[in-house]
Design a binder for this molecule. Structure first.
Ligand code: FES
Length: 281
């Protein structure tokens, strides 16, 4: 017997929003009876506000599938379609106070149905069609697995099966799933290492080049619209020496232009350490 939370039991015994909405603006159908779980989610959207005003579900599945689907409909009612798309399978499980790990695939099914229903409402192609099918038994693609692995920090084949069902049938896909897991984890490790690495220090030549490019692209065009201009005179360490030209050279607000505009742009596109100083020529 699974260890269900009181909320899961409540949503299973008293499911909210069963059936079909009055006016179907979007429908998401995921899973299949052959695979054991199937979910059909219909949504009614107030198009003037872009908000989901009603959502209902029909499912063939276990207590967790019913509770997850029902919880999902409660969660999305009143949300904009954009906000609803931010809901993850973990949010659905959390809403229910957790699900047994072997039943986490029910929350993933809910998230997939939601995305499919909103894609249908927006007239977009369902995301499910993308990717290479890794598990033929359950029709699970590499993209499905990658997303669930990343969002839920999964590390083992068993966890992938709990969350997606992939690998829970004949088992012939186990090697492919292990290889995919290895690739995902290696990529995550590399990204974490890169994020931790200190930013590379610019050489003087790189810094001058970047300052010059930023002036050309971000600063000079704006000054020229008011009849002004700017010239890079020199760079000494983090000190940028510039000369203001045209109307900028006589403008009473030139120091504001230098500090609040020129210096801020250079800090944004080159490095935070820069200080801009005007030199008269
Ligand atoms: S192909 Fe994945 S379990 Fe059969």
């Amino acid at each position: 017997m699974w260890d269900y939370t009181d909320k899961v039991k409540d949503f299973f015994e008293n499911p909210r929003n069963v059936g079909e909405v009055d006016r179907i603006d979007g429908v998401g159908e995921v899973g299949s009876l052959a695979c054991g779980d199937a979910l059909r989610l219909t949504i009614q959207v107030d198009s003037s506000l872009g908000k989901i005003e009603d959502a209902k579900f029909q499912t063939f599945g276990c207590a967790s599938a019913i509770a997850s689907s029902s919880a999902l409909t409660e969660m999305i009612k009143g949300l904009s379609t954009q906000d609803a798309l931010q809901i993850t399978n973990k949010d659905i499980a959390d809403y229910l106070g957790g699900l047994p790990k072997e039943k986490m695939h029910c929350s993933v099914l809910g998230r997939e149905a939601l995305e499919a229903a909103i894609a249908d409402y927006l007239g977009e192609a369902p995301k499910k069609e993308e990717g290479e099918v890794i598990c033929e038994c359950f029709g699970v693609t590499d993209r499905d697995i990658e997303r669930v692995v990343i969002e839920n920090n999964l590390t083992t084949l068993e966890e992938v099966t709990d969350y997606t069902k992939a690998g829970g049938g004949c088992g012939s896909c186990h090697e492919k799933i292990e290889a995919l897991l290895y690739r995902i984890m290696t990529k995550r490790q590399q990204e974490a290492q890169e994020a931790e690495a200190p930013p590379k220090k610019l050489t003087n030549i790189q810094k001058i080049k970047l300052i010059d490019e930023t002036i050309d692209r971000e600063i000079r065009p704006a000054l020229k619209t008011d009849g002004g201009d700017i010239e890079l005179v020199d760079v000494e360490g983090d000190l940028v020496l510039v000369a203001l030209k045209g109307t900028c050279s006589t403008c009473t607000a030139s120091q504001f232009t230098l500090k609040d505009y020129v210096e801020q742009k250079l800090k944004e596109f080159v490095t935070e350490e820069l200080t801009v100083v005007e030199v008269k020529q």
